[in-house]
Design a protein around this ligand. Structure first.
Ligand SMILES: Cc1ncc(COP(=O)(O)O)c(C=O)c1O
Length: 394
């Protein structure tokens, strides 16, 4: 049997490796506390689950769904964009529901990337932008996100020969893993840049609803001319604790939405309709849950930041998203530090290098840890300073 080079060159998905390590520890009877994956621990709001259960009883929802999604869902998405961001979308041509945004993020590469084409991808970043590019036969060109540039890509630093072969520009704010945010001015500049260089923009806005201290993230779709050059991926996963149901959306440029719809209609058979009804309930029902969840994450954020500061680690408190991006102590790589925390303290954090070369020197902590685990995890991490101090004192 000979696998394709495409698969042979595919790195293992970051969190699969981490889950394996956790399973190994747990098999030995050790309790592991994971600040690893960003998967909300808070349940889906009960009205959403009720709608799912009700609609699952209806035989009309037991059959193949349409790839384009229920018209009611597309309308609910368009109305949500209007009320949340003031953005008008045509529910028929500018909205497409997805089986979670990851699916669309990976598949859109097939709409743009031919062999040898380039996608401009931030580094560090959610790995699927570059994996999708590579699976389509293309090459990612990595745009460094650094503290020096507030974790925004320096578009003017991209060489002309790269731009000639580049077709897609990936951006994502509020950002995973760095916790950085972008304002409308950055999105306006990105649109201008895309026009100048004939690029399509894919903005990933998965975390736009997770925000703190009264801050309200903007949507890329609010930028002047955004719809002419790009789309925004969004998700119900993080806003409504629906990671397990697998539902997201892409909105914006009609030609891009149509192209992705054509690819998908040949690959998948849509989203189970009961889940689509649950999504309609989430988007059109009471929205108080969003602020309630944010209050929980904000409290956790403050606890984590206090503890990290106490043990002498440098931290920028994020305005949005549920990740804390932390510089590792001197003398460690991100993998060494994450390994030490797992081996000695049973605490999982994600090594920054898993998100790209420029993630080296950082670890990421997710705030999606239930309160009891969070407190225990933090007291274990506090132990890190003690052992380090003792070994220094020796
Ligand atoms: C930046 C970013 N985009 C997209 C996703 C995918 O979310 P989903 O496929 O659940 O919609 C994630 C998941 O962690 C993410 O961090």
């Amino acid at each position: 049997m000979r696998m394709s080079r495409r698969v042979e060159n595919l790195p293992p998905y970051l969190f699969v490796e981490i889950s394996k390590k956790i399973a190994e520890k747990e098999a030995k009877g050790e309790e592991v506390i994971s600040f690893g994956i960003g998967d909300p621990d808070i349940p889906t709001p009960p009205n959403v689950v009720d709608r799912l259960c009700q609609t699952a009883q209806d035989p009309a929802n037991h059959r193949y769904p349409e790839t384009a999604g229920l018209p009611e869902l597309r309308r609910a998405i368009a109305e949500w964009y209007k009320s949340r961001f003031g953005v008008s979308l045509d529910a028929n041509s500018e909205v497409l529901p997805l089986i979670g945004s990851k699916e669309g993020i990976a598949h859109i590469a097939l709409c743009f990337i031919d062999y040898g084409d380039i996608a401009l991808v931030p580094d560090p970043a959610y790995p699927v932008y570059s994996i999708g590019t590579m699976l389509a036969g293309g090459r990612p060109y990595y745009m460094p996100l650094t503290e020096g540039n507030n974790f925004l890509p320096d578009l003017d630093a991209i060489p002309a020969h790269v731009l000639r072969r580049a077709k897609l520009l990936w951006i994502s704010y509020p950002n995973n893993p760095t916790g950085a945010v972008a304002d409308l001015d950055f999105f306006n500049r990105a649109v201008k840049f895309a026009r100048q260089h004939d690029l399509a923009i894919c903005h990933d806005g998965a975390y736009s609803e997770v925000a703190f201290d009264g801050y309200q993230p903007v949507s890329f779709m609010q930028a002047d001319g955004a719809k002419e050059v790009g789309v925004e991926f969004h998700s119900l996963s993080k806003s409504y604790n629906m990671t397990g149901w697998r539902i997201g959306m892409v909105v914006g440029n009609a030609a891009m939405v149509d192209a992705l719809g054509r690819v998908k209609s040949n690959l998948d058979s849509g989203i189970p309709q009961a889940i689509q009804y649950a999504a309609i309930e989430a988007l059109t029902g009471p929205q108080d849950c969003v602020q309630e969840h944010n209050a929980i994450y904000q409290r956790r954020r403050d606890l984590v930041i206090d503890m990290l500061n106490n043990i002498g680690l440098e931290v920028r408190p994020p305005k949005a998203g549920f990740y804390i991006w932390v510089r590792v102590p001197e003398g460690y790589t991100s993998v060494e530090f994450a390994t030490e925390l797992l081996e000695k303290f049973g605490v999982v954090v994600t090594p920054g290098v898993g998100y790209g070369k420029n993630g080296e020197g950082y670890i990421r902590l997710s705030l999606t840890v239930p309160d009891a685990g969070l407190v225990k995890g933090l007291s274990r991490l506090a132990g890190w300073r003690r052992t380090r101090k003792q070994s220094k004192d020796k």
